[in-house]
Design a protein around this ligand. Sequence first.
Ligand code: PMP
Length: 247
Amino acid sequence: MAADGLRTDKIWMDGGLVPYDQANVHILTHSLHYGLAVFEGMRCYKGADGRSAIFRGREHIRRLFDSAHIVEMPLPFSQEEILKASSFTRYHHNSLPPNAKLSGPYVNSILAGYEARRHGYDEALLLDVTGFVAEGSGENFFIVRDGVIRTPPLTSSLPGITRASVIKILDDLKIPVVEQLFPRDAVYIADEAFMTGTAAEVTPVRELDDRQIGEGKPGPITRKVMEVFQAALHGRDSRYSSWLYYV
Ligand code: PMP
């Protein structure tokens, strides 16, 4: 059931727009019982010129189709049809494919989030089955130390569209970024840490397991990435204009 924040007048369903209250599925729906569903969360921003654009809309729809392909789910629409409709301990990769954005595995994220909040934190950082940092419950993760940025490879985390955007931004800023496994103590001694995701955008992390990270406030690289990313989102940086899908 949609949270109140998700309430809209209409929902695009099975090829057409229907009133919010009529967008229902049958009680015996397979996805409901077995958790086999694929989905995307996307955000739409108003640009400097007043037009609205979905941030990296095409990439989100592509990942939706990749997710469906991985679990052998036929989709009755083309990527273009969907784009044009209205806006709308991590498991081991041998158990569930981390590169697909599936519904069922989110139970893992939800439980980790509950535990983190019970201990007074805002978000969970999940480790992979070998104890290396994987990702947040709904975000990818980056650390900075001595000017070098590290983010875990995609062995136990979702190929985040924000992650890919941030890697490109860092590349353009000539700040070295490496995809590498690292343990949780590398986070304790990092100068800066931040999470990335469609909902989180670029969010600084100031503390993990009661250890303050760096100075406990957004560091210079995090702030720079946040600034460029915001400019990209709102169409203020022409280098990234192809990331905006105008609606
Ligand atoms: N990891 C997980 C588990 C997620 O659910 C999300 C949110 N989609 C992300 C990372 C970040 O991905 P994106 O930047 O594409 O939103």
